[in-house]
Design a binder for this molecule. Sequence first.
Ligand SMILES: NC(=O)c1ccc[n+]([C@@H]2O[C@H](COP(=O)([O-])OP(=O)(O)OC[C@H]3O[C@@H](n4cnc5c(N)ncnc54)[C@H](O)[C@@H]3O)[C@@H](O)[C@H]2O)c1
Ligand SMILES: CC(C)[C@H](C(=O)O)[C@@H](O)C(=O)O
Ligand SMILES: [Mg+2]
Length: 383
Amino acid sequence: MAQTYKILVLPGDHVGPEVVAEALKVLDVIEECRPNLKFERSFGLAGGSSIDKHGVPMTQAVLDKAKSSDAVLFGSVGGPEWATASPNPESGLLQLRKHLNTFANIRPCEVYIPSLVSASPIKPDLVLGTKFIVVRENCGGAYFGEKVENPDIASDLWVYTRPEIERCARVSAAIARLLGRSGDGKGGGGPAKVWSSDKANVLASGRLWRAVTQDIFDKEFPDIELEHQLADSMAMLMVKDPKRFNGVIHTDNTFGDILSDISGGLTGTLGILPSASVSGIPGRGRCNGVYEPVHGSAPDIAGKGIVNPVAQILSLAMMLRYSFILGEEADAIEQAVTMVLDAKEFGGLEIRTGDLGGRSSTVEVGNAICQAVRKVLNKRDSV
Ligand SMILES: NC(=O)c1ccc[n+]([C@@H]2O[C@H](COP(=O)([O-])OP(=O)(O)OC[C@H]3O[C@@H](n4cnc5c(N)ncnc54)[C@H](O)[C@@H]3O)[C@@H](O)[C@H]2O)c1
Ligand SMILES: CC(C)[C@H](C(=O)O)[C@@H](O)C(=O)O
Ligand SMILES: [Mg+2]
């Protein structure tokens, strides 16, 4: 009897549908190689495309469908044509995250092969070997506090409660254990170091963030090394000396948004950075989640067939790992991406999109990754 997983697919706007199409091809390959797994997919509108059809960026029907699914594969939303829409496309994504209580957003950044280094604007010896995972609080802070919006005055209440910080700290600790100090993803060398990033020198919410984080690590994770770093200097040091933060960066919603885009500056592109917004503690059984690249809808390159699908495909791998506990299949996707980026798969032929200095199309990269996934899984079966 096949194990069935229900996935709601929300491609969104602009490049969203282009990259989601490639991730779905990879899912087809997993099904083809693993006949005992079935990924039942339903589709919906989100963001601008939902505004155009329904007048709102997220309908109740889509929210209900998301809740009754095992996970959501999300593309990206927004674009200049909805710049004055109220509510705007982006608020649909926030509604979805809140509705599913995906309180932690896991955003890995890794520069692990020389061919990726060439795409980075940072000096090779500084950037090669960078491996950190931002764990961003995802359902609170300035994003979700009470808003005032008038023509002459506006405000966003940046509010955090103790339980909101505690649960995010538990995810950061779990990720530190899974990642391991050696960065092998299997917890090698004991838990990775956790850097908590805040503005405790200015913001009351930052002082609470720091105090609660320290409490939780003292009480529940005394074996994990924790260090606090102000978010502004962290942003500077991440660029100057990225490997300094190898480990886990535990931070609030706003700083997490910014620090995870700095990751894109380190890799030279957002096109390879995935993310998982999860509603539970990784490693402790299945949880619902929204799997979305860090990048947005990239209207500047949409419709040209040149967007990098890697971030979306790696987000799919995170779905398999965290929501479905299919670690082997997730590993296979990650390995396949490395094989393609590293030009190890196709006789040294460089298959990569323009953001990584290549000339391949979105579809060519997607096809190459599919082929590599097939190879990895079939090889495993024959061992
Ligand atoms: N998860 C989401 O849906 C999400 C995330 C971020 C931004 N947005 C929205 O996306 C829209 C555009 O935002 P933006 O331009 O500030 O950020 P963006 O992430 O869409 O693009 C920033 C730059 O990175 C490039 N880029 C992004 N993804 C790429 C990929 N996969 N391959 C190659 N190049 C890539 C773009 O071409 C652009 O030059 C806005 O409406 C924003 O609110 C949505
Ligand atoms: C589109 C927007 C709501 C979103 C965020 O700020 O969380 C995006 O920038 C991201 O990083 O996922
Ligand atoms: Mg962002």
